[in-house]
Design a protein around this ligand. Sequence first.
Ligand code: ASP
Length: 327
Amino acid sequence: MATMATTTVSVFTLGGTISARGGGSSPRLTGAEVLAAAGAVPPGVEVEVHDVRRLPSSSLTFEDVADLAGRVDAATAEGHGVVVVQGTDTLEETAFLLDLACARRAPVVVTGAMRRPDLPGADGPANLAAAVAVAADPGCADLGVVAVLADEIHAARHVRKAHTTSVAAFASPGAGPLGRVVEGRPRILLRPAGPPADRPLNLRGAARVALVTLTLGDRGELLEGVEERFDGLVVAAFGAGHVPTWLVDPLAALAARMPVVLASRTGAGPLLSETYRGPGSEHDMLGRGLLPAGPLDAPKARLLLHALLADGADHARVADAFRASNG
Ligand code: ASP
């Protein structure tokens, strides 16, 4: 009788609501306990659990993600699929950083939960079971890092936490999900375009990138001191990439000294490049040396700039990467 080949999935846990115990808010359950609640793993799949951190995801750092990326690469080098279990607050950021930093050898999935394990309708077990199913499927290896929650499969570069409490909190507003988990198996509907930068990028270098969100009547006080304290800046501008006329010169001056990326604060849709042409328009600011975030939202643009600078990229390489991400 032929024996079924076994796929190994390495599960790395970082904490979050999925591992909160009782009424407490801090993550306490071990990965093995979280996995036990997810029920039986699919036939032919073996799961290895590694507790890496037990933190609320708001307290994760670049060093934590760089360490995680090393563990993920070591697991995929062994041919394992990977699931990262963490809090949902920064899940999209971890997923995108892993997408930039890890080799694409096997599926890498990030998941979490919106409801604690002790609440009615806790979503952690179902999310983890769906994530393991995706991580075990070699057909998902070329998707890049994905987030799997509420049975939806989202590309790291598009996914956002779009609601504070809903169990359907995760969405890809600029693109839609890549697929769904149906009857315990991934069904892929779309495959993402090529990676947003030449990768893998090494996250271990030092880099400080500021993100400043513009608001009505903004006088630019938060831009003061950026040059001394940061290596790069992302401006979450109005609409399709617009800034107040009085910030044109200060931003252009900063862009002459460090990479300054123009992104939109809206959270969905591409940055424009030539529709509006007056002072402070996207055409004006890109002409003055700001770099276009393209389809990346402002937090993701910050992570791409961080990863490029941490990897030692010079201005030309940074500019090429952002121009390429415009597709
Ligand atoms: N505060 C939690 C965290 O991000 C929220 C969650 O896991 O959903 O760690």
